[in-house]
Structure formats: structure tokens, C-alpha cells
Design a binder for this molecule. Structure first.
Ligand code: ARG
Length: 274
């Protein structure tokens, strides 16, 4: 079995300093010591599950750098660097590029004038790349990427501003299995997912709000935020082990377990990573 390798960034400068999705409120803010404890809790679980957690250095003025899922998209030794929709996050890209170049990956960029937010909006499940668009990433960027890496892309329109990245409402856990929150997609997107993913686990609205779909699969274990007991039960019925840990401070920025991680060796559900 391959050893999972996950990139994370400590929340040393994490905070709610701007509002670029409906979860974020500057006036409510977040508590940095609590965020640090919660982030450590996630790291500890991932390490217990056998993952190697690579750590980046946090940077002042880049509060969302903790969400490494948005750094870019991984494909073998290639790193396709994100092209962020918002200026506030575009400043993270040089920092991510530097890390990947220094760690032996080839760094690639999206075509000028298109937006793509990395593994936040593009997830492999089996042979296909499921691609969320409209709120953050563009369809054109997904199609360009699919051509580059030679895989089939299945574009899915995201229709609810609370589920603004694909990884907030869709989570492949194996090449034939995914967790999802159907109301985040239009009828066409729902059909595409139903047609291409044989085993689907629907997250209920209250647990979707707890970011149940923003899960991390490590082998046959699925890690989520706390407060998603029905999702855990459904996963366990399908033979998965589950772990949960409180990540509420990160929900305040619109992120949870999955957003805080980037699988460097390819996610469990990606056929190319086998
Ligand atoms: N505040 C960040 C943003 O709006 C949160 C990103 C969460 N990441 C994710 N992959 N869903 O961009």
C-alpha cells in the first residue's frame, strides 16, 4: 500500500480578514488558539492513520493559506497551480509555487484570464475528473486541464453560494464511491453524478452544513468534522471506518477537513494514483 502524503499549513496567521463566501463574517471572526488546537487534532488523526503530513510555513497576511486544497491540482509529479478568483487569495499562489518547486514537482500555470481553484473544485473519481464551476472556477480552465493531463472532465455547475467549491458538496472516497449533497447541484449535475458514480452516499442538509462532504479519505477511513453521525453510519455500513474531530473555527471561513489538506500522491479515489 502506498503511503499517503498530505500537505498542510498551520493556522499561525489564520483569521477572517475578508468575506469572499457566505460563511465568512469579519465581525464574528475566529479564535486563533482554538483554531490551532483543532488543526493539531486533524494532523494527529491523519498521522495515526499512517499519512506523512508535510508542513508549509504560514505567512502573515495570508489567512486562508491553511486551505491547501486550493493550492492547485496534483497529477503525478505535476502541480497545476490555482488561478484564484479573488485577489485576496491570488496572493497565496507564489508561496504555493515556491513550495512545490522546492519539493521536486513541476509547476504549471493555467491559461491567462481563467480561474481555477485546484483540488477545491476538481476531484478525481475513478478515471474521470469531476469539476465544479461558476462560483470560483471556470469551465474553460477545467477543459484546458483535462486536455493537458488527458483525462475526461465532467463539469458540474454549483448553484448554491454556501457550497461554492466542489469539495464542500462532493467527496469521492473510492473510485466507485462518493459522498455528496444533491441540492448543491442542478438537475443536470445530479444526473451526471448519479450516472458516473455507482455508490453514492447522500449527506443530509444539517450535516452538509457541518461540512460532512468536506471529508478526507485515508485508505478505508474517512475523517470529517464533528457532528455528522448519520453520514458516519452510512459510511460504516459500506465498510468504512470513520473518525471525526471538531473543526468549527475553520467552518467560519467556509472550510473543513478536506480543504485543510492536499493529497500530494493523489487521492484514494483517483485511478491514476493506484
Ligand atoms: N475562505 C476560503 C475561501 O473562500 C475557504 C476555502 C475553503 N477551501 C475549500 N477547498 N473549500 O476561498
Amino acid at each position: 500500500m502506498r503511503q499517503p502524503r498530505i500537505l498542510m499549513c498551520p493556522p499561525d496567521y489564520y483569521g477572517i480578514e475578508y468575506e469572499i463566501n457566505p460563511w465568512m463574517s469579519r465581525s464574528r471572526g475566529s479564535d486563533r488558539p482554538t483554531a490551532a488546537t483543532q488543526w493539531e487534532g486533524l494532523v494527529a488523526i491523519l498521522r495515526e492513520l499512517g499519512a506523512v503530513v508535510e508542513l508549509m510555513t504560514a505567512r502573515q497576511g495570508l489567512p486562508d493559506l491553511v486551505f491547501t486544497a486550493n493550492a492547485g491540482l496534483m497529477f503525478r509529479d505535476r502541480f497545476y497551480s490555482s488561478s484564484f478568483r479573488h485577489e485576496e487569495r491570488a496572493r497565496e499562489s507564489p508561496v504555493f509555487d515556491e513550495w512545490f518547486a522546492a519539493h521536486g514537482f513541476s509547476v504549471h500555470h493555467m491559461p491567462e484570464g481563467t480561474f481555477h481553484e485546484g483540488a477545491g473544485d476538481a476531484l478525481f473519481c475513478g478515471d474521470a475528473l469531476f469539476a465544479g464551476y461558476r462560483i470560483r472556477s471556470d469551465v474553460y480552465a477545467h477543459q484546458w486541464l483535462a486536455r493537458e493531463i488527458g483525462v475526461r472532465v465532467l463539469p458540474l455547475e454549483l448553484i448554491d453560494p454556501y457550497y461554492y467549491h466542489l469539495d464542500t458538496c462532493f467527496c469521492p472516497v473510492a473510485p466507485d464511491t462518493a459522498i455528496w449533497f444533491p441540492p448543491a447541484f442542478d438537475a443536470y449535475g445530479q444526473k451526471v453524478i448519479r450516472t458516473h458514480v455507482p455508490k453514492l452516499i447522500a449527506c443530509e442538509p444539517d450535516e452538509a452544513k457541518r461540512f460532512g462532504c468536506n471529508a478526507v479519505a485515508v485508505g478505508k477511513t474517512v475523517v470529517t468534522n464533528s457532528g455528522c453521525p448519520r453520514l458516519a453510519e452510512s459510511l460504516e455500513k459500506l465498510g468504512y471506518a470513520t473518525r471525526n474531530t471538531p473543526l468549527d473555527e475553520f467552518l467560519k471561513a467556509g472550510g473543513s477537513a478536506k480543504c485543510l489538506t492536499l493529497r500530494l500522491d493523489g487521492e484514494e479515489a483517483a485511478n491514476w494514483a493506484k
